[in-house]
Ligand binder design. Structure first.
Ligand code: E4P
Length: 217
């Protein structure tokens, strides 16, 4: 399973690009608003930081305007993936964009039926929102499992991009449930490194090594 960063902060993205662990970026209108910067400028800088799929979301609600926005966003860089909402107009825009060989990420997916529709429309990625679904008392991980089963049986080419990830456990479970990608905020990416036994083990190694008085260098 690939790891993407869910952010519109060039500072965060640049730090994670250096690790080589992150192969793509997802943004959304809320994240771009939080950056407080002009959208075209931020997206251009993000594309220069990571050479992989960079999702940029349309903001119109009708499919005709979505297609026009998509054109402007795609002019920024070839790696831009057009993110459309899982609405009737969003899926119509998806169908027309894919026919023009433009990659599409269908976002705000909360049911397997919605994911099936997105795959039928030819989506490159489907983004089930795990954390937001969990908040309603319905398991986000079960949704990923259901989508994976449906896509496998129907032999769809749409990749499952687990979104709205809230914990390291979410990441592990999404990978086991069949997600192809998980997009994580920087703080969850950071949490993936940590385990108390790693810290404790390191403390012991350091103390034992100190006692030898040796140095490798
Ligand atoms: C994904 O594409 C979305 O930007 C994101 O994962 C939403 O996450 P949130 O529920 O934490 O806002």
């Amino acid at each position: 399973m690939d790891l993407f960063i869910d952010s519109a902060s060039t500072h965060e993205i640049s730090a994670w690009a250096e690790t080589g662990l992150v192969t793509g970026v997802t943004t959304n209108p809320s994240l771009l608003a939080k950056s407080g910067r002009p959208v075209h400028e931020v997206l251009k800088e993000i594309c220069a930081l990571i050479d992989g799929p960079i999702s940029a979301e349309v903001t119109a609600s009708d499919w005709g305007t979505m297609l026009r926005e998509a054109e402007v966003l795609r002019a920024i860089h070839d790696n831009i993936v057009i993110k459309v909402p899982l609405t009737k107009d969003g899926l119509k825009a998806c169908y027309h964009l894919v026919r023009r060989e433009i990659p599409v990420n269908v976002t705000l997916c909360f049911s397997a039926a919605q994911a099936l529709m997105a795959a039928q429309a030819g989506a490159t990625f489907i983004s089930p929102f795990l954390g937001r679904l969990d908040d309603t008392g319905v398991s986000g991980i079960n949704l990923v499992r259901d989508i994976a089963e449906i896509y496998q049986k129907g032999e769809y080419g749409t990749a499952i991009l687990a979104a709205s990830i809230r914990s390291a456990a979410h990441v592990e479970e999404a990978a086991k449930a069949g997600a192809h990608v998980a997009t994580l905020p920087a703080k969850i990416l950071e949490a993936l490194y940590h385990h108390p036994l790693t810290d404790k083990g390191l403390e012991i190694f350091e103390a034992d090594w100190k006692q030898t008085g040796q140095s490798i260098l």
